[in-house]
Design a protein around this ligand. Structure first.
Ligand code: FAD
Length: 422
């Protein structure tokens, strides 16, 4: 489909981003099987007569997926990112799990996009040789009460159309996972793990192949509605201001997507777009204990679905990690430190269902921050993926609250956004 079919591609106004970083990634080319190497990072000077069909704010996995989807459909796309490269925030600080879509309420965007996204990620990974492994996961109930909740989770997953979800006989489980305590378990055969960095590299590479420009080291500070769309003003790391225009703006700014929506004139509090930061810590399990789990092992999550509980994730290199927990932050600082208190909490949570794990078997790993619409103690909130004509801002697409399963959904979110523009 060509860009002329996108009825909202109306923005043709002159822009003046001075330096655009066109980044390509060696690994992406390697995994795509392409031998010609671009320079790792090259800069081109843009003339002052440049305009775009689409400007995407944020080069996390969702912004990159949108960039690939739209530029491969013929649109002239610019991605503006404040860091020197892609995936420097939440997209590099997560479990890298390809979720199946089990827990989310029926007909929610999270459920629909995750079930479809799960399938699409595997196809993508096969096609572009992105390291991944359909390892499967057990959800483990440790008592009768949790077993009842597990049955509800099973029914929900089936209603969501999850593939490969089964009640698993406890005897089989004990053979498969002799170090894990369980009263009853569910097996999710379509859950897997992926190298998210290489997935992002493939998206960036393919977008560049389709002519997409990347303005790294540019922080967006203003979005001004103009007659033909929007003017986006950004500042680079030297404090120089530049601007570009487009008929369509995609706000995929992750932890700052509510602030970016406000730049366009939206009141985040009144519209329910205000984000709350919810931190998740990880602990690495010492290599000598990497035999304690052979699959992903998840506890039964709490009813409010703030997180899926402190689980065991297998990495592609065979190592194991524990996490993430869920801790709402009082401020909006991106604080990724890990305290000694977290160590005790993790050990206690893990010891509930893992046999033979000692306190010193776990050491601090990374931390990530969820951009949550859900308040602490509040009810379920779905992704916001909205074209804002109704707010007097035609062509502005807001992607807000793209927490888990956002990585799994990246390709389907991009398809959904494409659908909104047709
Ligand atoms: C602890 C944790 C575990 C998770 N585990 C999983 C999992 O196992 N599976 C799964 O499917 N999902 C998981 N997720 C969710 C997943 O990581 C996110 O949904 C996904 O990474 C979101 O991608 P994004 O592109 O929307 O945001 P981001 O990766 O945050 O990218 C947004 C980008 O916007 C840029 N930006 C922001 N403001 C500006 C500005 N003003 N100007 C320029 N650039 C700007 C930022 O620098 C950033 O690079 C997890 C998340 C967390 C926190």
């Amino acid at each position: 489909m060509g860009c002329i079919e996108l009825s909202l591609f109306i923005g043709f106004k002159y822009a003046s981003i001075n330096k655009i970083a066109v980044a390509s990634d060696y690994e992406a080319q390697y995994y795509l099987g392409i031998s010609t190497l671009f320079a790792y990072m090259s800069y081109i000077n843009m003339s002052s007569s440049l305009s775009y069909d689409v400007i995407i704010i944020g080069a996390g996995i969702v912004g990159l997926a949108c960039a690939e989807r739209l530029s491969s459909s013929g649109a002239k796309v610019l991605v503006i990112e404040r860091h020197p490269g892609f995936g420097n925030e939440t997209s590099s600080r997560n479990s890298e799990v390809i979720h199946a879509g089990i827990y989310y309420p029926q007909n929610s965007l999270k459920a629909i996009l995750c079930v479809d996204g799960n399938r699409k990620i595997y196809v993508w990974c096969e096609k572009y040789r992105i390291p991944h492994y359909r390892i499967g996961k057990f959800i483990v109930a440790v008592n009768k009460d949790e077993s009842e909740r597990l049955e509800n989770i099973y029914q929900n997953g089936i209603a969501n159309g999850v593939q490969g979800l089964k009640r698993s006989p406890i005897e089989n489980f004990r053979k498969e996972e002799p170090h894990i305590n369980a009263h009853s378990v569910l097996w999710s055969g379509s859950t897997g793990i992926v190298d998210s960095h290489k997935l992002m590299a493939s998206l960036e590479y393919l977008a560049i192949e389709c002519g997409c420009d990347f303005a790294y080291n540019h922080s967006v500070e203003q979005i001004k509605p103009i007659s033909s769309g929007y003017e986006v003003v950004s500042t680079d790391t030297h404090g120089n201001k530049s601007s570009a225009t487009a008929g369509i703006i995609i706000n995929s700014a992750g932890l700052d997507s509510d602030s970016v929506a406000e730049m366009a004139g939206i009141n985040a509090d009144k519209t329910g777009y205000r984000l709350h930061y919810c931190k998740g810590h990880y602990f690495k399990i010492t290599p000598s204990k990497s035999h304690i789990a052979n699959h992903l092992i998840y506890p039964v999550p709490n009813d409010k679905l703030h997180s899926l509980g402190i689980h065991i994730t297998c990495e592609l290199d065979g190592s194991l990690k524990l996490g993430p927990d869920s801790q709402y932050l009082a401020t909006r600082q991106q604080d990724y430190s890990i305290s000694g208190e977290a160590h005790r909490k993790f050990y206690q949570a893990a010891a509930e269902y893992i046999n033979g794990l000692e306190y010193d078997d776990i050491t601090p790993g990374l931390a990530g921050i969820r951009p949550k619409l859900q308040t602490e103690g509040g009810g379920f909130r779905d992704f916001v993926i909205a074209e804002e004509s109704g707010k007097g801002l035609p062509g502005l697409i807001n992607l807000i609250g793209i927490e888990s399963p956002g990585l799994t959904c990246c390709l389907t979110i991009a398809d959904y956004v494409f659908g909104l523009l047709r």
